[in-house]
Design a protein around this ligand. Sequence first.
Ligand SMILES: [Zn+2]
Length: 301
Amino acid sequence: MPSALAIKVDVDTEVGTRIGVPNLLRLFDRHGIAATFLFSLGPDNTGRAIKRIFRRGFFTKVIRSDVVGMYGMRTLLNGVLWPGPHIGKRHAALIRSVRDAGHEVGIHCYDHVYWQDNLFKMNRDQVFAEFEKANTEFKRIFSESAHTAGAAGWQTNAYSLEAYELAGIEYASDTRGTHAYYPRVGNRIFNTLQIPTTLPTLDELLASPTCSRLSLGKFYLSSLRPDDLNVLTIHAEIEGMNWIEFFRRLLTRIGETGFRLCRLQDLAVGYLTAPVSAPVCDIVYGNVDGRAGMLAIQGTM
Ligand SMILES: [Zn+2]
């Protein structure tokens, strides 16, 4: 595998779609980079995540990573003081323009907050229905089916993986891990390849008590693994907005190392078309520094 870093852009909110995505399109265009954009396609109910503030430990994170500064007060009230704006309906042309600019596009979710907070409370029919809403909106916007997805908040389980199989999702990035693999939950193995996020996200690093803003770039550069799987998840609301200058410098420095910046599909293709077989690994659930709640993580083979 040549030294490459896939950039996966999670688009979580209406403001991230409207402002962060065009900013990132301009930046990627200047650097000649094609990335993977995963969209939240239904209502932006970010304000409902405010209740997480009252969970133990979250307040420190809010202060350290300055959520209000990152998302803006208006976004934090979406779905609370007024109905959450429907991202797919409001921004279909903009979302389509991402694919037309040569980037890969896929499904992040229908309602980010709902998926992230409720996946493990939903029954099979409810998970299928929620994923189908995203899938239907994706097909309405692009006039074709999605071939990739990445779950909101790294929340995935046997029901959502089954929904992927049914929808023909070829590969997904729902988990944290180190290598490409086929996921096993309980004793069922799913045939949607997992290309996990290998690096911590910027908001996780900013939430870490030991984080020094000066050393963030160095940290990312030293964490890249030559000839191995490297996937960085960024957020349209963060690296596409207040942190775009940091991200621009990071892209330049990564480019200087000789690493190729690419889409998830550029990494997946080797496993899907060539006789490079990915192992089967369990999905386990655990904490990730700087992020509240339990995330899906690549387990043992
Ligand atoms: Zn997200």
